[in-house]
Every structure is written in C-alpha cells, then in structure tokens.
Design a protein around this ligand. Structure first.
Ligand code: LLP
Length: 422
C-alpha cells in the first residue's frame, strides 16, 4: 500500500519502505531524526515537468528553486537532468557551482542583493538578474561597470494577483515586499534600457507558493503580456518570461494536487507565437513529496486534556507546522494492532509551537518510529540549531541502495566557530 504523498514510500509486509529499503533499517544505521528522500520520486517529478513542457514548447527552461532543498546531491541530480537553478543568495550560487550546475542557466532573485553577490554572479556569468527595485538597478549597473561587464536583467514585476494561499507565502500582492508594481514597471524598463551596463532580457514574476488553484498563474501571465506589448512598442523587446514557482503539492489525504498539464497548458497557449522563451522556477513540486522526516517516539504523555507523543524531531528540524500551521501527514512506520489514540506530536524544544502535528490518530508505543510525510520541501533547508540541536542527517534511497548525502552534525561543530572572551 502506498501513501498519499508518493508511490515511492510504501508499506511492504506491514513496514514502511523508501523504495526497496525498510525505514527501520535506516533509523538503526543513521539514527533519528533523519530526512529520507527517494531518488525515483525526485526524478519522476522533474521528468513530468520537463516532458509536459517539452510536449508543448521547445523554448523553455526549468530552473529548480535552490532554497527549497539545497542539498548538493539533489542539485547535482537535477543538473545532470538538465535543469538550471533559481537562486537568492551568493551562498546558493556557490552551492550550485559546487554541485556541477551550469551558471549560464542560473537566475538570481531576491530583494536585497549585495554588491559582493552581484559581482560574484557577474563573474560566474549567470543567465539573468531578476531585479526587484529601482535602487537595485542602479547598483547592478555600477557593479557591472566596475567589472567591465554587462548584466543581463529582467524586472520582477508584481502583478497584484491573489494566489489564494497562506499569507506568509503569498508574494504577488501589492502589499508584498517583492517585485515592482506593474504600474511602475515601464519607466523602470526605460531606465534599465538606458543604463550602459545592463541588457534587458526578460520579465520575471512569482505570485506565491503552494497554489492548488492554477488560475491565478494565468491571470498573472495576462497582465504580464500587456507589459510585454507595451515594451515592444517602446523598442524594449524582452526575450524570456520567468513565471516563478508556486505549483502546489498534496499534503493532506483529502487534497488533490493540480495536474501538471492543467497548470502548464494555459500558460503555453497564451505564449504561442509570441517568440518568448518560458522559464519556470519550480521547487516544492519537485521535492516536497519525495522526502519524509523519520522520527522516534521518546515518550507518550497524558496532559490534563490532551495526550502527547513526544518525538525526537522538533521545530528546528521541520519548521513549517510552527511557522505556518502547515499540515504534514504523520504515519506509523510499523502500524500496531492497537486502537488509535489522538496525540499531539511534539518535539523536545522549549516552545509551545514546537509541534509536528496536532490531534493525530496513531497506534503507537514509545520507541516506535513515525514518518512525517511531504517533508522534502522547505524542511532541511529551513532547519536550525535552536536548543543546540545538531541538524539531522539526510539519506537518498535509490531502489535498494542507500546514500548518506549529509551526515548528522556533531555537537562540537555547533560551537566550533565561537570564541570565549580573553
Ligand atoms: N521562485 C521564487 C522567486 C520564489 O520566491 C520561490 C519561493 C520559488 C521560486 C519556489 O516556489 P515553489 O515552487 O516552491 O512554490 N517556506 C515556505 C515557502 C516559501 C516560498 C518562497 N518562495 C513554505 O514552507 O511553505
């Protein structure tokens, strides 16, 4: 029986497996908490994206969004399959290069690029800077001038479309810090075209994340195409449209994730015969359901009116439930023939928001393993060392093979770069 998240995590003989590997074996070998990814799930998700795009358009590039899960093994796997990358910092650029990514397929977003990051990206020769303000445009021109280079730019415009997602992950509303309001874009493009060390290449936009309704993507594109026409009239032609990421995944059993064709086809239709290359920056959709967080129950505890399953993973390992009240399914690795009991699944951190799930029906005893599903996206990449907890190890399963793609941190590593006063 496979799980709602992915056919690559499935029960065999009453034990949850990642592909052909029983999860208890991984817990014994590597300890818990432990992130476990399925290579087959990662490649299947990317292939579906690439093939749906290729079936409709030859002029396209998938730029995987590095922030979502930036492990080198994952970046390398995607680079080998031909993706480019969407980065938001110099650190992410260095990671991409270390993982064998092609700088010529890198787009750089973010509202606060420093001069050093601009210089680093110009030297590496990236595909495009997605510029988010007038001040950034001037700074980029100055840095490029100093290096004797021309910076390829697109403006990240804010189409003011409601993505109908969690307010913390909506980015395209006029209240957001991101992008340039559509109404202010034309004069800024004129400025960009006039600056000697910038070359206008494209338009960028990202309206939000975890969209389960794909219609807002089409609405945003309609608005952006009006800008494309206005730019052409002013002799500022753009070569590409970068429509960001945002495609949602299934987190809950009763959710269905939007169909890839339903997402891409309307976009491709609207772009037909426009001579524009389409760049997309998927993140969550490629990795979210390809990873789980494996954790062990330390104690079962009865409170005044709630029962708690205290596990060894916590909000420092997976912040999404604490930060966005995000729902992740939690399942028993070896379900017991017991009547399920409702538990709040909590970690050991000293915060009331330290929970992975609330009111979950589980048939468990202390010492049992649980799998927190759909944890591949914004899991490890948002983890921290809060409460001096070493970050989890990460494992990639490939059929029956097991690769440790990041070893567990040690406690001395946590304070190795600190200094006591003389
Ligand atoms: N491109 C840009 C410019 C972005 O800002 C993002 C995500 C992406 C691409 C990737 O979007 P995706 O395909 O993954 O939706 N930490 C939050 C999500 C924050 C999204 C930030 N931007 C979460 O855990 O839900």
């Amino acid at each position: 029986m496979s799980l709602p998240c992915s056919p690559h995590f499935l029960y065999r003989n009453g034990v949850l497996h990642a592909e052909a590997v029983p999860l208890p074996d991984l817990a014994t070998a590597f300890g818990t908490p432990l992130y476990v990814y399925s290579r087959a799930a990662l490649t299947a998700a990317l292939r579906e994206f690439q093939e749906t795009l290729a079936a409709h358009s030859t002029q396209s590039l998938v730029c995987y969004s590095v922030k979502v899960n930036s492990n080198r093994a994952i970046l390398n796997l995607f680079a080998r399959m031909g993706t480019g990358f969407d980065i938001v910092s110099g650190g992410e650029l260095e990671r991409v290069l270390a993982a064998g990514g092609d700088p010529g397929k890198v787009v750089f977003s973010g509202v606060g690029k420093t001069e050093a990051e601009m210089a680093q990206a110009l030297t590496a020769g990236i595909l495009c800077f997605n510029v988010e303000s007038a001040a950034e445009l001037e700074r980029l021109n100055a840095v490029a001038a100093r290096l004797g280079k021309t910076a390829p730019v697109g403006l990240r415009v804010n189409p003011d479309v409601d993505p109908k997602t969690h307010p913390y992950i909506a980015t395209g509303l006029k209240t957001a810090k991101f992008g340039i309001p559509l109404a202010m874009a034309l004069p800024l493009y004129e400025r960009a075209a006039a600056l000697p060390h910038l070359a206008v290449e494209g338009i960028d936009c990202h309206i939000g994340s975890q969209l389960l309704d794909t219609r807002p993507f089409g609405e945003a594109l309609e608005r952006i195409l009006q800008l494309v026409d206005a730019l052409r009239e002013r002799d500022i032609p753009v070569r590409h449209l970068d429509l960001g990421g945002g495609l949602g995944i299934r987190y809950r059993r009763d959710e269905t994730q939007p169909d890839m064709r339903q997402y891409l086809q309307p976009l491709i239709e609207k772009l037909r015969n426009r001579g524009l290359k389409l760049i997309l920056e998927p993140g969550r959709r490629l990795v979210g359901n390809a990873g789980i967080l494996l954790t062990r129950v330390e104690f079962l505890k009865s409170g005044a009116d709630r029962k708690f399953a205290i596990v060894d993973a916590a909000m420092n390992d997976l912040l999404r439930p604490a930060l966005y009240a995000a729902h992740h399914e939690i399942v028993e690795v070896r379900p017991r023939a017991l009547d399920p009991v409702f538990y709040d699944v909590v970690g050991p951190i000293c915060e009331s928001s330290d929970f992975l799930g609330q009111e979950r029906a589980l048939a468990i005893e202390s010492g049992d393993l649980l799998a927190v599903l759909s944890a591949g996206a914004y899991g490890m990449s948002m983890s921290s060392n809060y409460n001096s907890r070493p970050r989890a190890a990460e494992i990639m399963v490939d059929d029956a093979q097991v690769h440790c793609i990041r070893r567990r941190e040690t406690i001395p590593e946590l304070y190795a770069s600190e200094q006591q006063l003389p």
